[in-house]
Design a protein around this ligand. Structure first.
Ligand SMILES: *Cc1c(COP(=O)(O)O)cnc(C)c1O
Length: 420
């Protein structure tokens, strides 16, 4: 990366440059365990900051509403080809600018306002765009929530089948933001087929694990798959969607002109880079290490007496039941932040606290694994987390952990910030 002092940004706008430099230092000196975050490579960051920022390209490769798009066509076609190769999909659309917009396009393509859609209960891990009343999804569609079993805290497929038979939804959506287990895509597909619904899998969280072969793929089972590119996939902020050939035209029309204007070509160029990186053998190794680290972290936390939702994880994330320690998720989040460990509060199944306070803490290993950490480091991390959560008001503990964390974090280069 260019020296900050010599950069155009520093010369042009020292105020913004100083804020960016402070964020760079924060990302280097803390331990990032927010399950939806990651570090993009230097190549992804460079493509994101490229001259494609300047170009309008409404339409699709070969069918644009503007002139001068020969290179835009090349980069978008490359991103599409790589996404299809990576996931074995018949069709890909790489224009959605965010996961929320990819889902909006998917609903627009396959349901009418007022139609019934089945989605995972939001307080049990579902996403805002899976039917929250404050989101467009909950306002435009009639969402019926399915839930996890109280005992196992795993999705109750028998109940999903019952609800589907009663509600006769147009679409069944699965995938989540805070669910530590794998979804049974084949079982969801069977239920969807039985009631004449389409199956939409939102793999935003675990797309990188699918790409790297560390998680089953929803692509052979789903009619539509949506995903972000910036979580486990390590790409730029953005999203994409895939369908069978049968639904390709409907999806494309729903993305543009249905929900978006000009595509973000700089981001599409960076998506092409990220898909290319994920196609390399090293990415399989990365995905395997993400899940191995999550399993090791979960095991180490449970050995220290913490309760995890569903008793562990088989993905990149886990949920700590802070209520079992007598504290809220909010308190846990703040105490850890004071120690340089960045996680987020989250509701847990059948939570008695409000969504702002919560009883849970969501943790994940994608970002630390990108820094090269392994299972031994997960043991140290579990130690720090357990110490802080058992004494969240203890300033001595917090300060001690903060010093240890800062010294430790500096030993692990951050990809993209140190040319890694
Ligand atoms: C992160 C996420 C989204 C939204 O992605 P944004 O890019 O933040 O809009 C949608 N669905 C799921 C399941 C997610 O985890």
């Amino acid at each position: 990366m260019p020296d900050e002092a010599a950069s155009a940004l520093a010369r042009n706008d020292p105020e913004v440059a100083a804020i960016v430099a402070a964020e760079r230092a924060r990302q280097t000196e803390t331990l990032e365990i927010i399950a939806s975050e990651n570090y993009a490579s230097a190549a992804v960051l460079e493509a994101t900051g490229s001259v494609f920022t300047n170009k309008y390209a409404e339409g699709y490769p070969g069918r644009r509403y503007y002139a001068g798009n020969e290179h835009a066509d090349a980069v978008e076609s490359l991103a599409i080809a790589r996404a299809k190769a990576l996931f074995g999909a018949e069709h890909a659309n790489v224009q959605p600018t965010s996961g929320a917009e990819a889902n909006m396009a998917a609903y627009l393509a396959f349901a009418e306002p007022g139609d019934t859609i089945l989605g995972l209960e939001l307080t049990q891990g579902g996403h805002l765009t899976h039917g929250s009343p404050v989101n467009f999804s909950g306002r435009l569609y009639d969402f019926v929530p399915y839930s996890v079993d109280r005992e196992t805290e795993v999705v109750d497929m028998a109940r999903v089948a019952e609800l589907a038979a009663e509600a006769r939804p147009r679409v069944i959506v699965t995938g989540a933001t805070a669910y530590p287990r794998r979804f049974d895509f084949a079982a969801f597909a069977e239920i969807a087929r039985a009631v004449g619904a389409l199956l939409l899998v939102d793999m935003s969280h675990f797309a990188g694990l699918v790409a790297g072969g560390a998680h089953p793929s929803p692509v052979p089972h789903a009619d539509v798959v949506t995903s972000t590119t910036h979580k486990t996939l390590r790409g730029p902020r953005g999203a994409f969607a895939m369908t069978t050939a049968e639904h390709a035209a409907a999806l494309d029309k729903a993305v543009f002109p249905g929900t978006q204007g000009g595509p973000h070509l700089h981001s599409i160029a960076a998506k092409a880079v990220a898909f290319g990186e994920a196609l390399r053998p090293e990415f399989r190794d990365y995905a395997a290490r993400v899940t191995a680290n999550a399993a090791a972290l979960a095991e180490a936390l449970m050995e220290r007496g913490l309760r995890l939702v569903s008793g562990g994880t088989d993905t990149h994330l886990a949920l700590i039941d802070c209520g079992a320690l007598g504290i809220s998720g909010l308190k846990a989040q703040n105490a850890l932040q004071g120690s340089g460990i960045i996680a987020n509060k989250n509701t847990i199944p059948y939570d008695e606290r409000s969504p702002f306070v919560t009883s849970g803490l969501r943790i994940g290993t994608p970002a630390l694994t990108s820094r090269g950490m392994g299972e031994a480091e997960m043991g140290r991390l579990a130690d720090w987390i357990a110490r802080v959560l058992r004494d969240p008001d203890g300033e001595g503990v917090r300060e001690g952990v903060r010093r240890e964390v800062a010294a430790f974090a500096r030993q692990w280069p951050v990809p993209g910030l140190s040319d890694a």
